[in-house]
Design a protein around this ligand. Structure first.
Ligand code: DQQ
Length: 488
């Protein structure tokens, strides 16, 4: 441990204390999502299940509700509901990470936890440098930094970050986000036998690779895994142009399904599919747990997308992670469902069956409040069904063309409305909706589509209203949720 590390830890602890009252009394603090204790949170990092515990690290800037020299914050849980906020895992304390311990992943090897992350540096000339670095730990709490293990290769710029490591046949592989000198986003693949020496195999996917055409100037946060014999690359490309209902956020996150041949550095894949249709979702990462589930967390935020307009900024904090979702590969697509452990948060249940609304807007007795989970089973939508949440967000389904629309006031100008849409390829059958004090996660038809967004309604507004054009008949289950129990 060096002096700078100790100073940074002490400064972060002081910052938490200084703003504690303001942060904790913000009505928009969430009850079942990971947030920063103060400052800014962004990507989930180093997700791993080890020795009976889930580790969720996160990108953390403690000193302001904005981006900068990132730390790795750390949450631990045995059951995904009861959490401990642990000591900071990594501080930007060394020459090779002094301007940020940027995103990365974790693996377990020889009973040790290995964290691979990007050391971000601005040199004396103000130029950016990025190194892939390693830190190890035998207790999962105290990490020893081993320094840079991979430097930017010939032909690529310093946009070179977010290592994801996995074990293939007898060897380790590492995928990293990159940009070549022609400003094309790429994923580079490396191979190693000892996790220290890494051999570059080549670009494995990217803009103008695999017949893809122009597809972004930088690819961030690659994540490779196999699900039901299907190889999946999740990635966050930057620089896609809006295309109708697609790519409406500042930057995107989605996946390619295909076939990965590590030794040939090839990944034959299909088209890019966005993982989430909401306003705030980026930099997702997955891991395999001890029940063989592929679990995903995302950041409920998007870089450079109205971040200063979030109303929590005045209370010295911003952003949160999504709830954890289990991924499955069904009928040629990824589906996402909340982990079943979240049912532990359910308190009193309310059940209504066969509600019919005809050309009207109605509240349904007892359905409202926050934090809640709603399960709505649709029997019939003749024309259009919409939910209006806290007089703030609206989620609608138009049966004729299958269009799902989420709308809310613009964050930077509340007098205007913004929306995100997608076309549901089948009839609407089910909605599972998780509503926290300032977030909304909507799982459509068992997770075939997901809309994730922050919402900032009047804190005292608890109303959920249903509007129907024509007849709509549905049943509702509502649970009040107890939230995560987090030990700070
Ligand atoms: N955030 C990290 C980077 C990553 C980006 C820095 C994605 O490592 O590329 O906080 O949000």
């Amino acid at each position: 441990m060096n002096t700078k590390d100790e100073q940074l830890r002490a400064a972060a602890a002081a910052e938490i204390k200084k703003h504690e009252e303001k942060v904790q009394s913000d009505p928009y603090r969430l009850s079942f999502h990971h947030m920063p204790p103060v400052g800014l949170l962004n990507d989930p990092n180093g997700l791993v299940h080890w020795n009976g515990e889930y580790h969720v690290f996160y990108q953390w800037m403690p000193f302001k509700p904005g981006h900068g020299e990132k730390f790795w914050g750390h949450y631990i849980s045995k059951d995904l509901v009861n959490w401990r906020h642990e000591r900071i895992a990594l501080t930007p304390s060394e020459w090779y990470d002094k301007d940020g311990c940027y995103s990365g992943s974790a693996i377990v090897h020889n009973e040790q936890l290995y964290l691979f992350y990007t050391g971000n540096v601005f040199n004396e000339k103000g130029e950016q440098e990025e190194y892939q670095c390693l830190a190890t730990s035998s207790d999962g709490l105290y990490f020893e930094k081993e320094g840079p293990i991979i430097h930017v290769p010939e032909g690529y710029t310093s946009n070179f970050r977010d290592p994801k490591v996995w074990k293939g046949e007898g060897r380790w592989y590492l995928a990293v986000g990159a940009q070549n000198n022609d400003e094309q986003g790429k994923v580079l693949l490396y191979r190693s036998t000892d996790l220290l020496d890494w051999e570059l195999l080549g670009p494995i996917a990217g803009s103008n690779e695999n017949r893809l055409g122009d597809f972004g100037f930088m690819w961030e946060c690659p994540d490779f895994f196999r699900l039901e014999e299907q190889d999946i690359l999740i990635v966050s490309p930057q620089g896609l142009q809006q295309d109708g209902m697609k790519y409406n956020n500042t930057y995107q996150s989605g996946y390619f399904a295909g076939q990965l041949r590590e030794e040939e550095a090839s990944f034959e894949h299909g088209t890019f599919c966005e993982l989430d249709r909401g306003f705030e979702f980026y930099a997702p990462q997955t891991f395999l747990d001890n029940k063989d589930r592929r679990i995903l967390y995302g950041w409920m935020g998007v870089p450079d997308q109205n971040e200063p307009s979030h109303p929590t900024v005045v209370n010295q904090w911003i952003h949160a992670l999504t709830i954890p979702r289990v991924l499955e590969w069904t009928e040629g697509q990824l589906i996402q469902q909340p982990v079943s452990e979240l049912e532990e948060m359910r308190e009193a249940v309310l059940l209504h069956s066969e509600i019919t609304i005809s050309n009207d807007q109605k509240a349904v007795r007892g359905v409202g409040g926050k934090p809640v989970e709603l399960r709505i089973e649709i029997e019939e939508v003749e024309d259009q069904l919409a939910l209006e949440i806290f007089h703030y967000a609206s989620f609608s389904y138009k049966r004729r063309d299958g269009i799902l629309t989420l709308s809310r006031p613009q964050l930077e100008d509340k007098s205007k409305t913004e929306f995100r849409q997608t076309v549901l390829k089948e009839e609407l059958k089910e909605l599972r909706i998780f509503i926290d004090h300032s977030s909304l996660e909507i799982f459509v038809n068992g997770g075939k589509e997901v809309f994730t967004s922050r919402i900032f309604p009047q804190p005292e507004d608890e109303d959920i209203l249903f509007t129907s054009l024509g007849n709509s008949t549905f049943s509702i289950e509502k649970w009040k949720l107890s939230g995560y129990r987090t030990q700070l």
